[in-house]
Design a binder for this molecule. Sequence first.
Ligand SMILES: [Zn+2]
Length: 109
Amino acid sequence: MGAAARHCSGSATPSAAPRPPVRTCVGCRRRDEQTALLRVVAVRDGTTPGWTLVPDERRRAPGRGAYVHRDPECLRTAIARRAFGRALRLPAGSGTDPADVQELVGQQA
Ligand SMILES: [Zn+2]
């Protein structure tokens, strides 16, 4: 991991093109365009003690969001690492229920 190495020795894209925002997947930790990732937010409805992770398809929900690829593998890794809790700054020990996200991501599995 060097310091900000900026040269891209891949395909030469004209620098005039606006670069889309890039986010880091909490599963595989790879960076990707925001549009390629699924935004996930944590909500608390009061009926359950923990937080529920819900997909934010339109990326418009208020608060912090975590980004993950729409890939069951990335989701699984993120859950195993409790990466959502960290990315969303949830209090330690607060149970997160990713059922809704799993349902969405797991469609292709
Ligand atoms: Zn990923």
